[in-house]
Design a protein around this ligand. Structure first.
Ligand SMILES: [Fe+2]
Length: 373
């Protein structure tokens, strides 16, 4: 057991089952665990919890865990939260540690006053799924003068985006402990994406297609983070990427959609993407081009895809409910590198469809990414 005090900060919006597990692991290894929820920007709060609710949920998950205290230092303090200020507050001459997820190392140099952080505390890096601590990450910490050690356990799944998706699925306990899930349901929290259920019903989505959409959205969260894509945009696009699946061109036109000839001659399997994109823009009222284009190109892909287009294309292709020969290899490629996964998926499409029936955008995309490699 290490006698030091380890600071574990975050939004905890909400505290997930993975947070609960992590706190228990820390309490087995450190003399004291100080959990520090930070302020959430008022611009970000939609259906998120209030600071008081976050504290209440945190108290629930640490109940009975020894050596853990919750500090409202950042919540009570005026002004922007900076890690170096918080560490300075807790520095009392005894060894101080700071718990960081491996996914945070990517942007370490953007933190304020890394020199102060390095002076005050030693980093305790917890490997997170999909974010192995790379040699580059270690070199970055060393270059900034940081002392660090790596945890002998890894963090679990469950970000606030994933919680929001699971709430829309009616499965709040997917990433939350039973008690927190009940609290979330009772207080109507994190319902940002519940509206998609109304759209699924309105546009005749079949049960299996709905499950695929949720599964793809969950799969997309990790991919979005790896490519620094806005997770809210990626989630919205993935939840709605197949919204045109059961809508004919004629049905869409009755709803007022104008295709201006674009859809004519388009093979049927590709049409639903075009119909979906135009439903989003012209009927559902989503005016974000990143989201709309990601839906438009989700089936075929295209050359020089934007990061969000890659996320939607790949998540749709390899989400855990997909089951076709070779899908595990595609998942493994994607785990290694997203462009590698993309190329493998395009190759799979080219071989599966056969060159003649291939949609031109897919052929171009395949050539483009093969060349790029
Ligand atoms: Fe689709």
């Amino acid at each position: 057991m290490n006698n030091g005090n380890i600071i574990y900060g975050g939004t905890f919006d909400p505290p997930t089952a993975a947070h609960a597990r992590l706190i228990r692991e820390l309490s087995e290894r450190f003399g004291k665990v100080t959990v520090v929820p930070c302020k959430v920007s008022p611009f970000k709060v939609s259906t998120g919890a209030t600071a008081e609710q976050r504290l209440e949920m945190l108290r629930t998950i640490v109940r009975g865990v020894p050596r853990v205290v919750i500090s409202a230092f950042e919540l009570d303090r005026e002004g922007t939260d900076y890690t170096y200020i918080t560490l300075g507050h807790f520095a009392d001459g005894s060894p101080l540690y700071m718990c960081v997820g491996s996914e945070m190392i990517i942007e370490l140099e953007r933190w304020k006053r890394t020199d102060e952080i390095a002076r005050l505390a030693q980093l305790y890096v917890v490997p997170r799924p999909h974010f192995p601590l790379t040699e580059e990450g270690k070199a970055k910490m060393r270059a900034l003068g940081m002392r660090y050690s790596v945890a002998d356990f890894s963090g679990g799944e469950g970000s606030s985006s994933e919680v929001r998706i699971s709430v829309a699925m009616g499965k709040a306990d997917m990433f939350l402990t039973k008690e927190i899930a009940d609290y979330v349901t009772r207080n109507g929290l994190y319902g940002d994406y519940c509206y998609v259920n109304g759209l699924y019903a309105r546009f005749g989505m079949k049960r299996s297609r709905i499950e695929h959409s949720f599964s793809a959205a969950l799969c997309g969260v990790g991919l979005a983070k790896r490519l620094c894509v806005d997770t809210h945009k990626a989630t919205t696009a993935l939840l709605l990427h197949d919204i045109g699946k059961y809508v004919t061109k004629e049905d869409a036109e009755k709803l007022g959609v104008r295709f201006d000839g674009r859809i004519d001659g388009m093979p049927l399997p590709v049409r639903h993407a075009e119909i979906g994109a135009e439903l989003l823009r012209q009927v559902i009222g989503i005016d974000d081009d990143d989201i709309i284009e990601a839906v438009r190109w989700h089936t075929t892909g295209r050359a020089a895809m934007t990061p969000i287009e890659k996320v939607v294309y790949l998540a749709d292709y390899i989400e855990p409910l997909r089951d076709f020969p070779g899908v595990d290899e595609l998942r493994a490629e994607t785990e290694k590198s997203i462009d590698g996964g993309l190329l493998a998926a395009l190759r799979n499409s080219v071989e599966h469809v056969g060159k003649d029936a291939l949609y031109p955008a897919t052929a171009e995309a395949y050539e483009y990414y093969k060349e790029k490699k």
